[in-house]
Design a protein around this ligand. Structure first.
Ligand code: UD1
Length: 382
């Protein structure tokens, strides 16, 4: 009889949920197939605890994603809520430490680059619990972004790296990580997209806004560099409105950006700019799939638009996902509003690149992760 293995799956903020969902699916499938019978019930196999840190807590930023993606109720919710990054980090660390003191786990699996990722990795490692990082190794080189610091800290104490790209593998090797700790598995965010593709559905306003495939834009903005200075935010919105030539621009507004808009004289109102609350996964990706193009400062959306072959204009000066540019449909436009119009002119002229899908972004990344986890845990016996 095997000694039971308990490991933690950490999810905290919106971009984590689509990365964790397929891992749970893959665990369940293997359990159902009998190779790891019963999972959570099986005394001799893999058992996981899903831990939600509560970094994102609004229904629209969290609950709806759990429902739409079929993620089970978390076993533990640390309920940290809002705060500065230091406050959130401290609260997550204190509360996760208590969880581990109550019941130790054999591994802590974190995904992505948010505050929850770094905070839980630190706690686990300090308590002698091994750390696995899904989406390890990616780097923007831009330390003004909290996510880059989270990536560097997390990767410096990670035992097992599950990577999305050759660039990530290269970054890890260059920093001295041994080959046998790097597992190039593909992209779990794309696993979710591929699974959910048939279920994507129009948001409720699709009809009455008269949106037509290929004849509107999707805009998302939430990075401090674009939204924390009100003059920059206004200049960017003006540039978007001007460059999109009167086509509708659907703008699901992130809470951080909403606070800025509400506290300023910018209403976000314009006949072609349509501000809406954050959308569910199925509605948001339907909008992306049918859009003429996406204008964004997100990282994950550049991956999704690449896979859906939708042009993507990124309002950042750098990216940790260079394959979305070299292979995909993404271009870095920068944070200077004046650079948007020439790029949109290229798009309207029909000259945007078509792009291809990066290696191993095939919907099976989570399956590979679970296979590797089994090898890691049960190596001695197999
Ligand atoms: C976080 C991630 C970022 C990711 C983004 C996606 C970090 C460092 N950043 O940034 O990488 O792209 O999520 O959304 O982890 N808020 C709500 N309701 C919520 C969640 C947040 O109102 O459910 C408010 C918070 O009070 C805060 C603001 O939104 O004022 C920002 O939330 P926070 O978790 O600090 O970081 P994000 O900017 O969302």
């Amino acid at each position: 009889m095997r000694t039971p293995v308990v490991f933690d799956l950490i999810a905290g903020a919106r971009p984590n949920f689509m990365k964790i969902a397929p891992i749970i699916d893959a665990l369940t499938r293997i359990g159902a197939a009998g190779s790891t019978p019963g999972l959570q019930r099986d005394p001799g196999g893999l058992r996981y605890r899903l831990i939600h840190t509560g970094q994102h807590y609004d229904r629209k930023m969290s609950g709806e994603f759990f429902e739409q993606l079929g993620i089970p109720e978390p076993e533990i919710n640390l309920e940290v809520g809002s705060g500065t990054q230091a406050e959130q980090t401290a609260a997550i660390m204190t509360r996760y430490e208590k969880v581990l003191m109550n019941q130790r786990s054999d591994l802590c699996l974190v995904v992505g680059d948010v505050t929850s990722t770094m905070a839980c990795a630190i706690v686990a490692k300090k308590m002698g619990v091994r750390v696995a990082h899904v989406e390890g190794g990616i780097r923007s080189g831009d330390l003004s972004m909290p996510e880059e610091i989270n990536r560097m800290v997390t990767d410096s104490i990670t035992d097992f790296f599950f990577t999305t790209s050759e660039t990530a593998n290269h970054n890890l090797r260059r920093s001295g990580v041994a080959e046998d700790r790097i597992f190039f598995v593909g992209n779990t965010m794309i696993d979710t997209l591929m699974k959910q593709m048939p279920r994507l559905r129009p948001p409720p306003f699709w009809e009455h806004r008269g949106l037509k495939p290929g004849q509107y834009f999707v805009l998302t903005l939430h990075r401090p560099a674009n939204v924390d200075e009100i003059t920059q935010l206004k200049a960017m919105l003006d540039a978007v409105i001007e460059g999109t030539r009167g086509l509708p621009v659907v703008f699901p507004v992130h809470p951080r950006t909403r606070k800025q808009l509400d506290s300023s004289s910018i209403t976000g109102n314009h006949s072609s700019l349509f501000c809406v609350d954050p959308l569910g996964y199925l509605e948001f990706n339907f909008l992306v799939q049918q859009a003429k193009a996406v204008i964004t400062d997100s990282g994950g959306i550049t991956e999704e638009s690449t896979v859906m072959h939708v042009p993507c204009l990124t309002l950042r000066d750098n990216t940790e996902r260079p394959e979305t540019i070299t292979l995909g449909t993404n271009e870095l436009i920068g944070t200077h509003p004046a650079r948007l119009k020439p790029a949109l002119d290229t798009l309207f002229a029909g000259n945007w690149k078509k792009g291809s899908i990066p290696p191993l972004w095939d919907g099976r990344a989570a399956e590979r992760i679970v296979q590797h986890l089994r090898t890691i845990f049960f190596k001695a016996e197999t």
